[in-house]
Design a protein around this ligand. Structure first.
Ligand SMILES: Nc1ncnc2c1ncn2[C@@H]1O[C@H](COP(=O)(O)OP(=O)(O)O)[C@@H](O)[C@H]1O
Ligand SMILES: [Mg+2]
Length: 227
């Protein structure tokens, strides 16, 4: 689970706080989407949850490490799919090759890539590369998986595939937090959080936040998405 309590962050010299008292809870195995205009603090919030940025105040509880799936996936081009998913397990987690490969194979199979273990990243589609990046993050047994705009590097036709991937990862019991501009993707979440100027202005199920938005910032985002 993720428990974020009254997190505040103001960068030195900035006129206002980037995160101005953000609080929310996400249950274990849950999937939450964060929507918000550019500059609203979404990536800063993820960086705080990752431990890459230190909040000025507030607390974050995860019960373990967070894993991050980068926007551009950042696969190692000179390593096969399987080796991409074993490197950190061996070098960081200290697992044996056998152990690391068994874990990687299992996850790659669960994500529908069991037939691509020896492929090079450049041979894969964008959606497949993303699934390798997800398997690589899952192999480190994170308490939660964070995604920063997972569809923005993908062709619109692949967005449905991303939704399917998030569902598969959820079926593994993983807690997921997804920053996105994509309203269709947000519909796949149980909870939608809307960040505006460092404030969480709205949170609730998609049927409430997306279909009956209460806050002006949410209405603006939905109007842009429908343009
Ligand atoms: N390391 C940093 N130093 C100074 N300002 C930053 C830093 N990171 C982010 N910001 C500022 O915080 C605000 C929110 O940024 P960000 O979290 O990237 O927003 P989003 O991901 O929602 O587009 C922006 O105004 C940005 O300039
Ligand atoms: Mg961002």
């Amino acid at each position: 689970m993720i428990r974020v309590e009254d997190v505040r962050k103001r960068f030195p010299g900035a006129a206002s706080a980037t995160l101005d008292g953000v609080s929310f809870t996400l249950e274990k195995g849950g999937l939450a989407a964060i929507l918000g205009p550019s500059g609203s603090g979404k990536s800063t919030l993820l960086r705080c949850i990752m431990g890459l940025e230190r909040p000025d105040a507030g607390s974050i509880h995860l019960g373990g490490q967070a894993g991050l799936v980068f926007q551009s996936f950042e696969l190692f081009p000179h390593l096969t799919v399987l080796d991409n998913c074993t490197l950190a397990q061996r070098l960081v987690a200290g697992r044996s090759r056998t152990e690391a490969e068994a874990r990687a194979r299992q996850l790659l199979e669960e994500l529908g890539l069991g037939h691509r273990l020896q492929a090079w990243p450049e041979m894969l589609s964008g959606g497949q590369r993303q699934r390798v990046a997800i398997a690589r993050a899952l192999a480190m047994d994170p308490a939660v998986l964070l995604y920063d705009e997972p569809t923005s590097a993908l062709d619109p036709s692949l967005r449905r595939e991303v939704v399917e991937t998030l569902r598969r990862v959820r079926s593994l019991g993983m807690t997921q937090l997804v920053v996105t501009h994509d309203v269709q993707l947000a519909r796949a979440a149980e909870t939608v959080l809307v960040l505006d100027h460092g404030h969480l202005v709205e949170q609730g199920p998609p049927a409430q936040v997306l279909d009956a938005p209460r806050h002006e910032a949410t209405r603006r985002l939905l109007a842009q998405a429908n343009d």
